[in-house]
Design a protein around this ligand. Sequence first.
Ligand code: CO8
Length: 373
Amino acid sequence: MQKVVISGTGLYTPPNSISNEELVVSFNAYVEKHNSENADAIAQGEVTPLAPSSTEFIEKASGIKSRYVVNKSGILDVNRMRPDIPERSNDEWSVLCDMAIKAAGQALERAGRTAADIDGVIVACSNLQRAYPAIAVEVQEALGIVGFGFDMNVACSSATFGIQAAANSVQLGQARAVLMVNPEVCSGHLNFTDRDSHFIFGDACTAVIVERADEAVSHHQFEILGTKLLTKYSNNIRNNFGFLNRADDDSVGAPDKLFIQQGRKVFKDVCPMVAELIGEHLEEHSMPVTDIKRFWLHQANLNMNMLIARKLLGRDPEEHEAPVVLDEYANTSSAGSIIAFHKHQDDLPVGAPGVICSFGAGYSIGCVIVRKL
Ligand code: CO8
C-alpha cells in the first residue's frame, strides 16, 4: 500500500461579509414587520408573535461574530430573507463548480501540481445544488482533469470522509493524486427567518490534494497516519428537501425543507462522541493525546470545541492548540475544519502530529491523524 500525504490545501472565501450586528438589524426589522402585519391575528391568539434576535446571545452561545456569503443583499432584504443568486445557464459553470475551481487552484499551487497530475475529483459537501450530473465531473471538466469524479455528502463531516475516500484511492494505486473539494453555500438552505438558527452558517469552499508520498514535491506536506469514521443515526439535525417534495402538495416550502436542528441535544450528544472517537483513534496509533500539537476541529460552535478539547487534554486548550475560524466564518459545514487546517499549519515544526476532526448531521464524525513532513 502506498504512503499518502496531503500535499496542498486551498480556500475560497466569498467577498461579502455580514456582521452579527447587520444580521440582527435585518432579522429584527423582519420580526417587527411580521408582528405588525399580523397584529390582529396575534391579538386573537391565532398567530404567535416573533421574538427579536440579539448579537450578545449569538456571540455568547456560538462564538460567531460574522460570516461570508455568496450574496449579501438578498439575505439582509427584509422582504426577501434569502440569498439572491440567479440560476445560471447550462453553458456556464455552476456556482459550486466556480467556488471549487478557485479553491482547487490554490491547493494545486501549494502542492506544486497541475491538473495533469490529478486522476480523480471528489466533491464532498452538505448540499449539492443539483441531482446530476455530479458537480465533481463538472469540476473535472473545468480544470481539464482526466480520470474520475464523484460527489458525496456526509453533511459537516464530508471533508474528512472525503479525505479517507481520496486516501484509499491513492493507497490502492487507483489514482496518483486526488483533488477533494468542499463547496459550501450554506446560506442557500439556512432559514434566515428562524431566530434559533439564522446566525449559524456561512459560505466558503476548501480544497485538499491527496497524493502518493513518494511522488509528492510540495513544501506543505502532511503524512496521513490514519483515518477513523463513525456514523450514528439521529434526527436532531435534518433537512427534508428532496425530489419527492413535489409528490406531496403540502410539502413544498415547509420549514423542514431547510436546515432544522435541536441545537442543545446536538451539543450534548456529539461532544462526548467526538472526544471518545479522537481518544480511541490516537490510542490505536499509540499516540498520547499530549503529543498532539494541533486539533483542527469542526467549526460549528466555540463552546463545543472548548468542551471537546477539555475532555481530551484535561484542561483548556491554548489558542494555537485548537485554532478558531468560526468567529470570522461562522459554521461553513464541511469546509470548517479544513479552513482551520489551511490557515493554521505553516507555523508547525517538521514532525508535529495533528488531528483534523469534523462532526455534524447524521450524526457523523471523521478523524484524520496527520504528521507534518
Ligand atoms: N437571540 C436571542 N435569544 C435567542 C436566540 C437569538 N437569536 N435564539 C435563541 N434564543 C434564546 C432561546 O429562546 C432560549 O431562551 P429561554 O432560555 O428563555 O428558553 C435561550 O436563548 C437559549 O436557547 P438555546 O438553548 O437554543 O441556546 P444554546 O445555548 O443551546 O445555543 C446553539 C444554541 C448556538 C444552536 C447551540 O445549541 C449549538 O451550537 N449547538 C450545536 C449545533 C451544531 O453543532 N449543529 C451542527 C450543525 S452542522 C451540520 O451538520 C449541518 C449540516 C448542514 C449544513 C448546512 C445547513 C445550512
